[in-house]
Design a protein around this ligand. Structure first.
Ligand code: ADP
Ligand code: ADP
Length: 232
């Protein structure tokens, strides 16, 4: 489903070379929730952004849905990205647009008619438990509700892969649990494959099937979460 093959990413900062990813190989299976755990600076964000090509690896390649995404550009890349949703730590909602407009935005880009957008937005709001909030603005919502909008927007293009970049890091523990429950529910009901990055073991233990631990750009451990949890 998602394969990382020998990914290296080097950032150049003046004369300095920063090796953010140093030969990462990972295989995320269809239908699983895969967690990448690591401290700040480990390379998690760079890694997840390689999946939708927000970041281009310096070498190696990423295959998503059987397609080598690293070789795509233009229309082909846009089409491939439609099958890959993404949610963010700070939600990345447009503050001057309503909930419905935020969710409908990607649908407008791909040419849905106004009528189809409205029906889809209503379906998505129900899916994430935000019925009745279509006309609210982000500032009127709690953090958990904002992330639900983020999730609805990410699912608008009917992706089969969801990327989560520290999606619960800005939320309190109780809200974190409810968002993770929603993600688990979407994974089970829709067969959505989820790749998430986090610095919190608790998140991995709550919802992940598999985990890889990233340290200084390298995978230092990986396996099923039940194996990891049973280690001394
Ligand atoms: P994490 O998500 O685990 O905190 P990142 O992928 O953000 O890690 O960063 C990995 C390393 O790459 C860090 O040393 C970071 O400072 C560096 N880095 C990330 N993005 C850039 C960039 N755009 N330019 C230069 N260095 C970067
Ligand atoms: P426009 O800016 O194109 O005139 P609107 O401002 O009415 O459209 O809405 C922007 C988007 O949000 C549209 O895609 C519309 O379908 C959707 N939308 C607006 N209000 C609602 C609502 N109450 N329920 C569901 N979707 C809505």
């Amino acid at each position: 489903m998602i394969e990382f093959i020998d990914i290296r990413k080097i950032y150049h900062q003046g004369e300095h070379k920063i090796v953010a990813l140093d030969g990462v190989n990972l295989h995320v299976k269809a239908g699983e929730i895969f967690g990448v755990l690591g401290q700040s600076g480990a390379g998690k964000s760079t890694l997840i952004r390689c999946v939708n090509q927000l970041e281009k690896p310096s070498s190696g390649y990423v295959r998503v849905n059987g397609q080598e995404i690293t070789s795509l550009s233009g229309v082909a890349l846009r089409q491939a990205r439609q099958r890959i949703g993404m949610i963010f730590q700070h939600f990345n909602l447009l503050s001057c647009r309503t909930v419905a407009e935020n969710i409908a935005f990607p649908l407008e880009v791909i040419g849905y008619s106004k009528l189809r957008r409205k029906a889809k937005v209503e379906e998505l709001l129900a899916l994430v438990g935000l019925e009745g909030k279509a006309n609210a603005y982000p500032a009127q919502l709690s953090g958990g509700q904002k992330q639900r909008v983020g999730i609805a927007r990410a699912l608008a293009g009917e992706p089969n892969v969801l990327l989560s970049d520290e999606a619960t890091s800005a939320l309190d523990p109780q809200t974190t649990r409810s968002i993770l429950e929603l993600l688990r529910d979407l994974n089970q009901r829709m067969g959505l494959t989820i790749l998430l990055i986090t610095h919190e073991m608790g998140v991995v233990k709550q919802i992940c099937d598999s985990v890889a631990i990233l340290h200084a750009g390298k995978v230092v451990e990986q396996g099923s979460v039940s194996d990891l949890a049973s280690q001394p």
